[in-house]
Design a protein around this ligand. Structure first.
Ligand code: F6P
Length: 327
């Protein structure tokens, strides 16, 4: 029989994403609703190791649903990757009697949770909190919608100035291993080309297509590059284009961390609230060591050990749409 969970800890880990606060709020309030004691663990796994563990009340999460960042702070923690580190972290949980964990973060954080739950007798539930949307088993990750809308707003502004000067703009968006921000923001802003880590970049083809466009006087172009593209980032691409097409006026804009901040969108608040609620339900019902996702608008539970192996697949049709619409 599954052990009953009485005291749960919640933490945010890895890169922050808008909506993490809404998820924390949902976990805390659902836990309290069910009569559980809820503890906030600050600075992710690093805080678990350092003993940064405090009880949370319903009021601890008042007025945070609309705030970006994470009230629990976040970190990436190398020590937690060692057996000694995890042992020390578990000892700190034991001091408080914590017997269940909710981890809000990306695939790296899930990997930590999976190893931890295997080593110690503690159920872990993951919530996908990452702007990158690079986790299979969910249509949404908490923060992606806000981040991509931030990118779209910025790229629309860049288009105004690109149009005024007849320039080519190369815009770099986040995504070290995943091209979702690039793909969605590129389609939404009418980009000519989208370069993503999941696909090999053909620079000769990009130059050929820009040359052909410039010959028919299509001078305003925008190329969206995910930071993890195999050719390099926006600067590398710009140098290559400048060398091969010096007559084009090219500018680079790297959007960077603005994509991680800001007030979460309605969608991110809603999915974070639903996922946070269901994370606690999972702990209570004994559905352990899974991450909570949403697929086709239904809750979906993926075992953590599967989640760490799979990435979302890029829909090739979308890339074709970009090509056709950019003519
Ligand atoms: O995982 C989210 C993400 O924003 C990636 O897209 C990016 O490569 C990375 O985090 C940057 O991380 P940081 O600057 O926080 O180390």
């Amino acid at each position: 029989m599954t052990k009953k969970v009485n005291k749960i800890g919640v933490l945010t880990s890895g890169g922050d994403s808008p909506g993490m606060n809404a998820a924390i709020r949902a976990v805390v309030r659902t836990g309290i609703y069910h009569g559980l004691e809820v503890f906030g663990i600050s600075h992710g796994y690093a805080g678990m190791l350092a003993g940064e563990i405090e009880p949370m009340e319903s009021r601890s999460v008042a007025n945070i649903i609309q705030r970006g960042g994470t009230i629990l702070k976040t970190a990436r923690c190398k020590e937690f990757m060692t057996p000694e580190g995890r042992k020390a972290a578990y000892a700190n949980l034991q001091k408080h009697g914590i017997d269940g964990l909710v981890i809000i973060g990306g695939d790296g954080s899930f990997r930590g949770a999976q190893v931890f739950s295997n080593e110690f007798d503690i159920p872990c539930i993951g919530l996908p909190g990452t702007i990158d949307k690079d986790i299979a088993g969910t249509d949404f990750t908490i923060g992606f919608d806000t981040a991509v809308n931030t990118a779209v707003e910025a790229i629309d502004k860049i288009r105004d100035t690109a149009d005024a000067h007849d320039r080519l703009f190369i815009i770099e968006v986040m995504g070290r291993d995943a091209g979702y921000i690039a793909l969605h923001s590129g389609i939404a802003t009418g980009a000519e080309n989208i370069l993503i880590p999941e696909r090999k970049t053909n620079v000769e083809e990009i130059v050929r297509s820009l040359d052909e466009k410039s010959k028919r006087k299509k001078l305003v172009n925008m190329i969206i590059v995910a930071e993890g593209d195999d050719f390099g980032g926006a600067n590398e691409l710009s140098s290559y284009i400048n060398k091969n097409l010096p007559e084009l006026e090219t500018r680079v804009c790297i959007l960077g961390h603005i994509q991680r901040g800001g007030s979460p969108s309605c969608l991110d608040r809603v999915i974070a609230s639903r996922m946070g609620y269901h994370a606690v339900e999972c702990l209570i019902e004994g559905k352990h060591n899974v991450f909570v996702g949403i697929l086709n608008n239904k809750m979906n539970y993926t075992p953590l050990n599967e989640a760490v192996k799979k990435k979302q697949k890029i829909n090739e049709e979308w890339m074709n749409i970009v090509k056709i619409l950019a003519s």
